[in-house]
Design a protein around this ligand. Sequence first.
Ligand code: FM0
Length: 332
Amino acid sequence: MYAGKARAYTNIALIKYWGKNDEHLILPMNSSLSLTLDAFYTETSVYFDETLTEDSFFLDGKQQDSKQTAKISKFLDLVRQQQNLALFAKVDSKNFVPTAAGLASSASGLAALAGACSDALNLQLTKTELSRLARRGSGSACRSIFGGFAEWQKGDSDQTSFAQTVPSDNWENELAMLFVLVDDGMKDISSRDGMKRTVDTSSFYSGWLDNVEADLAVAKQAIKEKDFNKLGQVTEANGLRMHGTTLAAVPPFTYWSPDSLKVMQLVRLARQKGLPCYFTMDAGPNVKILVEKKNLPALKLFLSEHFSKEQLITAYAGPGIEGIPVERSEEL
Ligand code: FM0
């Protein structure tokens, strides 16, 4: 038996990863930049054992169906192939989210799985190697290896595509991200499917590519200068452009719900009132608002007229991946 366990925190991209250049290796079309958060994380244990006759995947104590398990097995296959290992595994994952509001993320999940596998098989990977491994599970997971700001340099091969810390002089500790949970009751298009459809069919996709590397440079400069408005403006503009591409996909789609638009409008209104804050969205209707910690109470008060306490979830900058000891009682 080989057992390992790790905890990884989710990250939210300020400059988005949107589109793959190589779907098998998960090489992105563009570089991206994110902030790792403290409020949402995944703890995953993996047990490779000769008594197992198939892979199994438990999430929050519940065994997952064959479709969910297949994604995990695919990642385990990669590890088994790299390590010349012929053992099935049990994967036990627990998502820590403030509410059961669909905030579970593939970034924290696949990063934790990569960390658990590395721990179980004593791979002694560097952070760069671990980032590359996590990338193969889910692109955004490669950024969750690092705390604070992380940049995923797109690279052009398995070797050269990985994330690294963006030097920030701990500026991220002065920032917060407020999640506004809105639900449109619609079936989500996964980020994987959404980005593929966009790359394959959207006539706006070239416009995305035309701007994104410049956005990234502005974001890095803003972090260097600790210029909140500069970082916020480029975050909001970049997110809007990403979402713009989906409208020209065939068939078209959007992740926005009426409530998402309401939050965007309120953020603009807050700014007009002299409260600096900026929104971003991912492959779902929830809106994330970047704000300085010192302005968080005012922002929450402002939004509390429109949204319940349960819909407003605060996150701060979080740490990188952490190894945790496997408890004997948790084993098979
Ligand atoms: O996080 O197909 O990593 O940069 O969240 O597993 O590689 O789930 F929705 C926007 C994340 C995409 C932007 O995609 O895709 C970002 C997104 P995978 P992910």
